[in-house]
Design a protein around this ligand. Structure first.
Ligand code: NAG
Ligand code: NAG
Ligand code: NAG
Ligand code: NAG
Ligand code: NAG
Ligand code: NAG
Ligand code: NAG
Ligand code: NAG
Length: 627
């Protein structure tokens, strides 16, 4: 109401001013704005304009305020004079305004540090001798914009069962002048409230400003769990309505569960043995009800499982499920607010593969060159695929049968049947079988021919493949070591090379119940090969020697020719021979030392640094023993 009046007054004031400025009146006219608005603490300025007919001048200007109590009956004596202005001076009366007021050149009244008490009517009175006295009133409106309202929702939570209004939220806006109004809004729409739904209160602070607060009471529904509430504070300023909104808040709404949902996580079709499975029970009630879990036993009785469950969150975790975990599960919820009970059931299917077994046909010991059929079988509620792999994981076949022919020792002797359920990712089982192919030992590597030196200590090596494990026999005495790797067996015989051994060589023999195999190791004296090499080397030396000899002959020829020319040496055949012979003999000696080296010497020389034998020699002497 008050604000509306102010707005109207303001509009009227502007109208008056317009009239005064433009009309040439014949009597004294005084004008001031009808309303002046000023914020508390600021300076209010009220201008006073006047028109005196006939070029006259004012004799005085008086400013008054009207005491609020008397405003109802406008009487001049309820006025209090603030100051008396003449051409020469400004006389301030001793009022509460004495310190705060001032009059400007244009006779405008200024009041500094405006307070709540200054919200009153001021009068400008002009006296102009013969033109008489005129005056004009101005309402000084003091205002203070309210602080943004602060909203506090009910934190306790409200049940939808409450039929009475419950406190939803409280809103407060401090320090406004004049007091502001508060409205309530839900989801952006203003609430049309009954009188008993809002409790408005207003306090006057010591500063004279007003703080307003409002409490909203209402009933709630399930949907209000998502509702946003806010309050708005409204105030007038310069004839216009302004508003400030609080934050939006939500309240906790308690409502009973209407539906229950029970799920297997991960989805039931894919659960396999060994998985960790969660049964998740969800209710749409708030607060969540108390959950209980049950499983139907073989006797159709429900057995409680709640000890395994987090009953607060409604999750039942089954660790490492197996076939016997399959079955019907039930979740029950109990709402402690209204004691309503809901239940839901779900079937858990645990997929599995069991009883994986492999049959061999024939089942009797397998022979080299024979064949075998392997059959793999397993139990599962889902369709299965079969794969065969060797011990290194290489695929050997698919399907539940595997036929192997021409069996050898090399046939992988550990095979796996892998059973896979394609419809259940990760579900697989496997079974290993041993295929022992029996056969006569087969010698796969020997160290022959072996280049040795007499009296040297060497290893004679034989390697064979066989099953059952063969025994090894050497034809010569020595220290034997055996190394077994699956069906491979290698034997090293450490012996000293004697003349007999060199002559006869050695035999290694492997024997098992399937038969006997033997091989001869030939020993050769290393220098045989060495001679071939030195022959090649000496050829090179001979060529060098011949070149040197030719050069020497050429030089000698030149010297002889020179001496012959000088006449110092007589030209004769005997002299020539004498000189050349020693040179030729020297060459011959060099060649002979090389070529005449005894085999024994070469062997000894080589024996001292046996490791220096070229790698190519090694590979020639030994068959690759790695197989
Ligand atoms: C007003 O006074 C001025 C001098 O102050 C004079 O010039 C003028 O004529 C006067 N006008 C009237 C209407 O008396
Ligand atoms: C405050 O409420 C009163 C009474 O309903 C009304 O007259 C006034 O205009 C309102 N003020 C604002 C700023 O809305
Ligand atoms: C299945 O799991 C349960 C509980 O984990 C266990 O008691 C039972 O022996 C298991 N059954 C089989 C066949 O492994
Ligand atoms: C198996 O041996 C037979 C006869 O010896 C031969 O014809 C066949 O090719 C061999 N099969 C394989 C897979 O080696
Ligand atoms: C084959 O399996 C047996 C026992 O299962 C094992 O001792 C042996 O080392 C395996 N052989 C290979 C080559 O993996
Ligand atoms: C057996 O003797 C050969 C030849 O001397 C040698 O290379 C090999 O390392 C020996 N084997 C073992 C296992 O010592
Ligand atoms: C000969 O064999 C033995 C035993 O197998 C081994 O310890 C030794 O290192 C071998 N000697 C040579 C020269 O390879
Ligand atoms: C091997 O040694 C035994 C005794 O240690 C001996 O009787 C036998 O004659 C030796 N054989 C050879 C071929 O040297």
């Amino acid at each position: 109401m008050a604000g509306g009046r102010r707005a109207a007054g303001l509009a009227l004031g502007w109208g008056c001013c317009l009239l005064l400025c433009c009309a040439a009146a014949s009597k004294l006219e005084v004008s001031t704005p009808a309303v002046v608005e000023v914020e508390i603490g600021d300076t209010a300025r009220i201008e006073c304009n006047f028109y005196i007919p006939g070029n006259g001048s004012y004799s005085y200007i008086d400013w008054f305020y009207v005491d609020r109590k008397e405003t109802a009956t406008p009487q001049t004596n309820s006025r209090v004079r603030l100051c008396h202005v003449t051409h020469s001076e400004v006389l301030k009366d001793s009022t509460e305004y004495k310190e705060r007021l001032s009059v400007g050149e244009d006779k405008a009244l200024s009041i500094s540090k405006v307070t709540v008490q200054d919200d009153r009517t001021f009068v400008c009175q002009v006296g102009a001798g013969s033109s008489g006295v005129g005056e004009s009133h101005t309402e000084l409106h003091v205002y203070k914009v309210p602080e943004t309202p602060v909203i506090e929702p009910n934190t306790g939570g409200i049940s939808v069962h409450n039929s009475d209004n419950s406190q939803i939220a409280k809103c407060e806006s401090k320090n406004s002048f004049p007091p502001a109004n508060i409205t309530w809004h839900k989801n952006g729409e203003q609430l049309d409230l009954q009188e008993n739904q809002m409790r408005y209160s207003r306090t006057r602070e010591s500063s004279g400003l007003h703080s307003v607060s409002s409490i909203l009471f209402d009933t709630v529904t399930r949907e209000d769990r998502d509702s946003h509430y806010h309050c708005t504070v409204h105030y007038w300023l310069r004839g216009q309505r302004h508003a400030l909104e609080s934050q939006k808040v939500q309240i906790t709404v308690f409502y009973p569960a209407e539906h229950l949902k029970l799920q297997v996580v991960p989805s039931s079709a894919l659960v396999k043995e060994g998985d960790n499975v969660k049964l998740v029970c969800e209710s749409d009630g708030n607060p969540p009800p108390v959950f209980s879990f049950y499983k139907r036993g073989l006797d159709d009785k429900w057995k409680e499982l709640s000890s395994l469950a987090e009953t607060d969150s409604g999750v039942l975790t089954l660790h490492g499920v197996n076939k016997s975990s399959s079955g019907l599960y039930r979740c029950e919820s109990l709402d402690l607010d209204d004691m309503t009970q809901l239940e839901k059931e779900v079937e858990l299917v645990v997929n599995y593969i069991e009883d994986v077994h492999v049959e061999m046909e024939p089942s009797s010991p397998l022979r080299e060159g024979g064949s075998v059929t392997l059959s793999c079988d397993a139990h599962s509620p889902v369709a299965l695929d079969y794969q065969w792999t060797d011990e290194k994981g290489r695929k050997m076949g698919v399907g539940n049968q595997l036929f192997l022919s021409n069996l050898t020792f090399e046939t992988p002797n550990n095979l796996s049947c892998k059973v896979v359920a394609p419809s259940v990712p990760g579900l697989e089982q496997s079974k290993q079988v041993s295929l022992a192919v029996e056969g006569k030992p087969r010698i796969v590597a020997i160290s022959s021919p072996l280049y040795v030196r007499q009296d040297e200590v060497v290893n004679l090596t034989c390697k064979a493949i066989a099953f059952p494990r063969p025994s090894v026999h050497w034809s010569v005495n020595g220290t034997a070591h055996e190394y077994v790797d699956n069906q491979h067996i290698a034997s090293n015989l450490t012996v000293r090379v004697s003349r007999d051994l060199l002559k006869a060589g050695a035999m290694c023999r492997f024997s098992n119940k399937m038969g006997v195999s033997e091989k001869h190791i030939q020993l050769l004296v290393e220098s045989v090969r060495k001679d071939q090499k030195t022959a090649a080397e000496s050829q090179g030396v001979i060529i060098v020697a011949i070149i040197v000899a030719i050069l020497v002959v050429a030089v000698l020829g030149a010297v002889i020719y020179f001496l012959h020319k000088k006449g110092k040496i007589p030209c004769g055949r005997a002299g020539k021979q004498d000189i050349t012979r020693p040179e030729a003999r020297k060459d011959k000696i060099v060649v002979e030392v090389k070529s005449d080296k005894l085999p024994e010497e070469a062997g000894l020389l080589q024996g001292a640094n046996g490791e220096k034998r070229p790698a190519a020699d090694q590979s020639e002497k030994y068959i690759d023993l790695r197989n």
